[in-house]
Write a protein that binds this ligand. Structure first.
Ligand code: SN0
Length: 315
């Protein structure tokens, strides 16, 4: 594997999940693979899990890590070609990417959607420009439209909590005061399309995700109906895609509570975190035995580590 910018970069999701589970049993088994190699982690947005787990993953493979908060500490980058740079952007991606590539062997990038310009967000300008100009492997740590390291961690977590029958998995929208990106939900949907599960997406009308991503996935507008007999409830807020970046609904009607979980087949509760307690999910659910959010966050290390291992093997 050269880059990891989408789940499609994996030869096989199923095999990668098994490899990550094996890796987790002895996370230092490849501790010399990355010796003398460096990864630069560039953050245009905030992070907790991604920042720490990706560093831990790289260090488990013997790599050095350099972290930079580009959003607050870097020069503002220009991504467009041929512009007169007499405004507030100080440096062009053409130089920045080539310079960064001289300091490391892999570059990992977090750059959220603007949620104001759908076309630009869908064009994935930041991640694609790094791929184009850096000339070294690029890892997506949540871009405008996807969060494939999260989706791989989710697949690992679901495999570890596997039920004997074909599972029913529900991706449920829940309210949030702010406009949030579609990336986590998009990658979760893509991941589910690789699995042989009974998969249902539930959200209020107007919150349809990009139909090019959901394709023929089942959408059920009645949340309680969607929850019936579910084995996994995966919760995430996202802003409207149709009315791009708008928050259409904030009332607590769609919050996940114990009564809704009672409709399920004793389902596990999942969320990528950070989560707004008692807005997205009631304390009684996230604090229950069925909540696997901490295990899910732990698997971010093994998701990143298996991806970095595959890239290092190809360097
Ligand atoms: C991000 C998102 O894409 O939804 C990152 C998730 C991994 N989440 C947020 O920005 C939440 C911020 C908040 O204020 O709750």
């Amino acid at each position: 594997m050269q880059h990891y910018t989408s789940l499609k970069d994996l030869d096989s999701l199923q095999i990668t999940v098994q490899e990550a589970i094996e890796l987790k049993k002895n996370e230092l088994q490849f501790k010399t693979l990355g010796e003398g190699k460096t990864i630069c982690l560039l953050f245009f947005n905030n992070s907790l899990r991604t920042r720490l787990s990706t560093q831990k993953a790289a260090q488990n493979l013997g790599m050095h890590t350099i972290v930079m908060n580009f959003g607050s500490e870097g020069w503002q980058l220009e991504f467009e070609d041929g512009v007169v740079m007499n405004q507030n952007k100080s440096e062009h991606i053409k130089e920045a990417a080539k310079v960064i590539a001289q300091y490391c062997n892999i570059v990992a990038i977090r750059a959220f959607a603007s949620l104001t310009d759908k076309e630009k967000d869908n064009a994935e300008i930041v991640i694609n420009s790094f791929e184009k100009y850096a000339g070294i492997p690029v890892v997506n740590m949540e871009s405008a439209t996807g969060h494939p390291l999260q989706a791989l961690a989710d697949a690992i977590t679901m495999e570890e909590n596997k039920v004997l029958h074909k599972p029913k998995v529900v991706l449920s929208w829940a309210p949030h005061p702010k406009a949030l990106p579609h990336a986590v939900a998009n990658s979760f949907v893509e991941m589910m399309q690789f699995q042989g599960a009974d998969f249902v997406i539930t959200h209020p009308e107007g919150y349809e995700l990009n139909p090019e991503i959901t394709k023929n996935s089942t959408i059920e507008y009645n949340q309680e109906k969607a929850f019936e007999n579910a084995d996994f409830i995966y919760v995430k807020n996202w802003s409207s895609y149709k009315e791009y970046g708008q928050v259409l609904k904030t009332d607590s009607e769609w919050m996940i509570n114990a009564d809704k979980m009672k409709l399920t087949n004793n389902a596990k509760f999942m969320h990528c975190l950070p989560v707004r307690r008692n807005v997205i999910v009631a304390d009684e659910v996230i604090d229950s035995e069925n909540s696997i959010v901490i295990q899910q966050a732990n698997n971010r290390t093994y998701s990143a580590q298996i991806v970095l291992k595959k890239i290092l093997e190809n360097l």
